[in-house]
Design a protein around this ligand. Sequence first.
Ligand code: KE4
Length: 429
Amino acid sequence: MSTTMTSRNDTLFDRAQRIIPAGVNSPVRAFRAVGGTPRFIARAEGPHTWDADGKRYIDYMGSWGTAVVGHAHPKVVEAVREAAGRGLSYGAPTEAEIELAELLAKLVPSMALVRLVSSGTEATMTALRLARGFTGRPKIIKFEGCYHGHGDSLLVKAGSGALTFGNPSSAGVPPEIAGHTIVLSFNDTAQLEDAFRKMAGEIAGVIVEPIAGNMNLVEGSAEFLRRMRDLCTQHGAVLIFDEVMTGFRVGLECAQGRYGITPDLTTLGKVIGGGMPVAAFGGRRDIMECVAPLGPVYQAGTLSGNPVAVAAGLATMKIVQEPGFYDLLSLHTEALVEGLTLAAKKCRVPFSAKSVGGMFGLFFRATPPTSFAEVMQCDKDAFNRFFHAALERGVYFAPSAFEAGFVSAAHTEAEIGDTVSVAVQAFGQ
Ligand code: KE4
């Protein structure tokens, strides 16, 4: 496209900003972290998306991890079509919801009972309310750099002192609410022990991304997560693994299976809806039996367990259970990481990358970070230049230096090879 022609992305972005705050329905889509005009996606298929100008991209954003089987998978689309023809929403229980809940409980044995909701935020917000309702305690521990959706108690940043109570990280969150959230450093076992030493009797629960994907990709250390499990057991606090991103992304056994750690509650999303709004929370029977109308902890939702969304989720979950699905997904993701690392080396760019299952992290620093502080040392400007150079050449990474990337089963060696070729040029920018 000549530089004189106005891209439809620009035209649509101008129009969108006149009626939608910042022109987007979720902040990260506005490209404010990387600059420039967001691409308005017109369609997606397999490993590709096409923008409003008809430009094709190899997609590594994958709807933030949702599209693990590839976009518009024929079996998923057919399942949606068939379900939609029987009605879009009933507001009443269906057999399909039982099927999905039974499947999740089979694949994630820690989930003795499961409830479906429509977003990861709903799942984590309810998990916190459950922890507080079950224990009768007020405080929650979360970790800097982990994101768990936009529930008030989770929009909190570290207080001034390490163990002081959190301050709101968003306007509109009253200090009285933020004050019940303690924000600690990810992978800092000593600090976690200190928090329990000082406040054990007040801590309702600990929520963690066992493999963090919202400060780019940082794995929880086994020692950190095991100690977290022990401390929660010892002090009767509820351990919540937020696997909205890692669930069925890092493997069929999820992150908890990789670590061999059993949380008390798990939250899921993204993959289990296959692109449609399905998320879930579940876990120990004695805790889950506190949920209304069984117990006193209220939670509800008009579209929870929506039949069309559940059909997409069931079709997706059927595909990810096929033999070898994650072996091949991991292989391709590792090949991408190795190829990018070699390309950066060839261009003498300080760069590192790593992958876990079908998710990966790109870091403009010599070694992959193991903490939020190390993530903050990455060269954000170098990432932004690389992001746009790749985007121009038809490769779409997540539009932020602090987001993980995602490969789908539809990405073949051809897409991985093409991406590495583009990266050699993009690193050179
Ligand atoms: P949603 O409410 O966006 O469905 O899920 C919130 C959530 C909860 N927990 C984890 C670990 C998550 O990663 C998320 C959402 N992830 C972001 C991507 N970093 C969604 C993208 C967006 O906010 O637009």
